[in-house]
Design a protein around this ligand. Sequence first.
Ligand SMILES: [Zn+2]
Length: 259
Amino acid sequence: MLLQFKTLVQPGLVHAVTTRQGGVSAPPQATLNMSFSRPDDPAAVRENRRRVYAALEIDPARVVQAGQIHGADVLVVEQRYAGRGALDRPSVLPPADALITREPNLFLLAAFADCTPLLLFDPVQRAVGVAHAGWQGTVKGIGAATVQAMQRAFGSQPRNLVAVVGPAAGPCCYNVWPHVAEQIRAAFRAQPDLLRTRDGQTFFDLWAANTATLVACGVPRDQIEVSGICTIHHAERFFSHRASGGETGRFAAVIGMRE
Ligand SMILES: [Zn+2]
């Protein structure tokens, strides 16, 4: 049900990426679909979320989620947002593909199926962030936007941040259309290796692109843990938009600090 990363096992820090096991949703969202925006029974999603919150020992009234639109906007989450989007769809916060907070006892949640979860923690200023980086967010530099927002809002120094690049479409499987490759090339001119051609198809390395973005804004490479799990390869373990042809659920990334 929960995958955790050694980089984020730190005092007072709560984090996880969920798998697709351990829930109650029926196919094609089977079983631990964490998203109310999928064509799933909301009662099933609520039960799935309750199980995850219970496993993490967090109060649903302290969880927040925003709308996700493949943008690069970052929202600073405040105490008054507690519970928004935690157990229903109507209360979800307005769109922001990255959430950051330094408030203890607030847990940030975002949902994924092949897009890259970025989880960030500043152990010095005690602040956290989560970002949703598909190819669009990656091209828009959402990782950098998140780090810069933490810097501005909390005084976080990028050199102090630790980060996880979570399970996502891997360079082994993630082929992209020519118009997408063109935008990637334009955004990452200095790193042509992020795109590789095999058998007439162009494959994009989302993991390396997001790692490069974080490194470019000052996060030390050895403080970034790349999970290296390809969701398309492991569609039995993680929801994969690509592997399912689009009909599937969403897994979640959660991060926050206990009081
Ligand atoms: Zn793969």
